[in-house]
Design a protein around this ligand. Structure first.
Ligand code: AMP
Length: 176
């Protein structure tokens, strides 16, 4: 938790994409071989005995570690994408963002009732996008669903975790 090498390498970009936002830029972690290894190793240690069969990554930063971790866990990797990107039949979930509505999709045949799912994204802020993804995954009725982020923002009163019930296991590697 809060590995100093990850904290040192994480870039903060003030006022991106709009004034007032402190953007945590994980691209500086992804480009560094040591950081990439630390993230995947730490996540592997947390999830290696949970019986994960599918890692679901949220577009697009959730794809990077999601796929690497799936490979380490011996699990499959599933893309949770923005509307109109997935070519076959999908299930969809819509949710409200700061400015208007957003939709996410997963292929109908991507998850089954036999799966143990790990949902992964880079960062937890309000939790709105992960809450929608969690609801979407639950439509598939998997055996169990875990949630992980690399970074959890708790500054400025953000407490995205509280959207989820206490029975949902959420892990994060860095708390800021
Ligand atoms: P939320 O739904 O509010 O939890 O927002 C999470 C999503 O928005 C993640 O996919 C993040 O990549 C992105 N995001 C929100 N706030 C930030 C931030 N301060 N720095 C970097 N990414 C952010």
């Amino acid at each position: 938790m809060n590995n100093p090498i990850l904290l040192q390498n994480l870039r903060n970009v003030p006022d991106f994409p709009i004034p007032g936002i402190q953007f945590k830029d994980v691209s500086t972690l992804f480009k560094d071989p040591e950081c990439l290894r630390i993230i995947v190793d730490e996540l592997y240690e947390i999830y290696k005995d949970k019986g994960i069969t599918k890692v679901v990554g949220i577009e697009s930063r959730g794809f990077v570690i999601g796929a690497a971790l799936a490979l380490r866990l011996g699990a499959g990797f599933v893309m949770c994408r923005k509307p109109g990107k997935l070519p076959a039949e999908t299930r969809k979930a819509s949710y409200m963002k700061e400015y208007g509505k957003d939709t996410i999709e997963i292929h109908t045949d991507a998850i089954t009732e036999d799966d143990v799912v790990l949902l992964h994204d880079d960062l937890l802020a309000t939790g709105g996008s992960m809450f929608a993804a969690y609801g979407l995954v639950q439509q598939f009725n998997p055996k169990r669903t875990y949630i992980n982020f690399i970074i959890e923002l708790t500054i400025e009163g953000l407490n995205g975790r509280t959207l989820f019930g206490n029975d949902v296991e959420i892990t994060t590697l860095i708390k800021i």
